[in-house]
Design a protein around this ligand. Structure first.
Ligand code: GH3
Ligand code: MG
Ligand code: MG
Ligand code: MG
Ligand code: MG
Length: 312
């Protein structure tokens, strides 16, 4: 089937994929100016269950890269009058920081081209015409490797929650999303009540058990698409995309109910725990820091008001 225009491939407008806790559908950005090739890659990659984003020029490629933070980038070297090196230059530092491999594709399969690509920070080189089956095997291997790496870097070992390093990036992404679509998103801070006395009374291992049990409950009860983050020792966050503050509060109160019913076993007695929480939704133009600060203030109020409660 012959495809005539970019629009045939590019429309309908690409939906922003919602990321799940460690998304298992990898997001691939394909930067390519030849419409036939673009259509082929899109189809082949979607058949592999990847989510595919497309760009045909430098400006769009850079914009999509920064807003979507894909898991892998396929970059054609010749983009009409522009060069793939211009894209590479603008994204390579961030890509390294986020462990996003960039594959350069080119019909120029000379040693010098490949050397230049690697020097510029390209991770893989693949010649044109593309052997699609080989490309898919390589891509799969790279994505598996990346998943293992990001797991180790972004996830907290005891709780399976994202760590703080992850939080800031994701918040910035949510703010960008908000600015584009004006859809509310919410943030909850959860802090376990009197946790120091759990440690003091029952020991550190029992305390650890409370933290990991709490975390499994959150991971079970949170909605798909919500992010669970360990912010500090016994302080956690739930970042809820596309959520108004009241819905957010409802979700957290359901969690509080489940958590306080959980029975823990100390050496001499059983006990239960509660947490307190502050929930806010994003306010136009505020900084990520200010949003966190407001949630923290509400948490403080919940604590001073007797704990085991949620403030909005
Ligand atoms: P509040 O209700 O005001 O939050 O009181 P709290 O005792 O929970 O608060 P505080 O911040 O004073 O104490 C938190 C304690 O959490 C202190 C620290 O030793 C403990 N903690 C932090 N990380 C861990 C961990 O990984 N494992 C265990 N067992 N304890 C931890
Ligand atoms: Mg080209
Ligand atoms: Mg404290
Ligand atoms: Mg506490
Ligand atoms: Mg605390």
């Amino acid at each position: 089937e012959y495809i005539r225009t970019y629009e045939d491939v590019l429309t309908p407008e690409i939906q922003t994929p919602l990321r799940n806790q460690l998304p298992d559908q990898p997001l691939i950005l394909v930067i390519e100016d030849e419409v036939q090739m673009l259509a082929l890659l899109k189809e082949e990659l979607e058949n592999e269950q990847y989510a595919v984003l497309l760009a045909t020029n430098v400006e769009k490629a850079v914009e999509i890269f920064y807003s979507q933070k894909p898991d892998y980038v396929l970059l054609d070297m010749y983009l009409e009058s522009e060069s793939g090196f211009e894209v590479l230059e603008q994204i390579v530092e961030k890509a390294k920081q986020l462990l996003i491999p960039i594959m350069v594709i080119s019909a120029d399969d000379s040693k010098y081209m490949r050397m230049n690509v690697y020097r510029a920070g390209g991770f893989d080189f693949f010649p044109k015409p593309i052997e699609v089956d080989e490309l898919k095997v390589l891509l799969k291997a790279r994505l598996e490797h990346r998943k293992l790496l990001t797991r180790q870097i972004l996830l907290d070992e005891l709780t399976g929650a994202y760590n703080r390093k992850f939080l800031h990036d994701e918040l910035e992404r949510q703010v960008a999303e908000y600015e584009r679509n004006n859809i509310d998103f919410s943030l909850a801070i959860l802090d376990i009540d009197k946790f120091k006395s759990v440690n003091d009374t029952y020991g550190h291992d029992v305390g650890d058990n409370v933290l990991s049990t709490f975390s499994s409950l959150v991971l079970t009860y949170k909605r798909k698409g919500d992010f669970f983050i360990r912010y500090g020792g016994e302080e956690f966050m739930v970042l809820m995309p596309q959520t108004k503050v009241e819905e957010g509060k409802w979700g957290i109160s359901r969690l509080l109910n489940v958590f306080q019913q959980e029975v823990f076993h100390g050496a001499t007695e059983d006990f239960s725990c509660t947490f307190s929480s502050g929930v806010v939704s994003y306010r136009n133009h505020e900084s990520v820091e200010s949003m966190i600060k407001r949630a923290d203030q509400l948490l403080y109020e919940a604590k001073s008001n007797g704990r085991n409660q949620i403030r909005t």
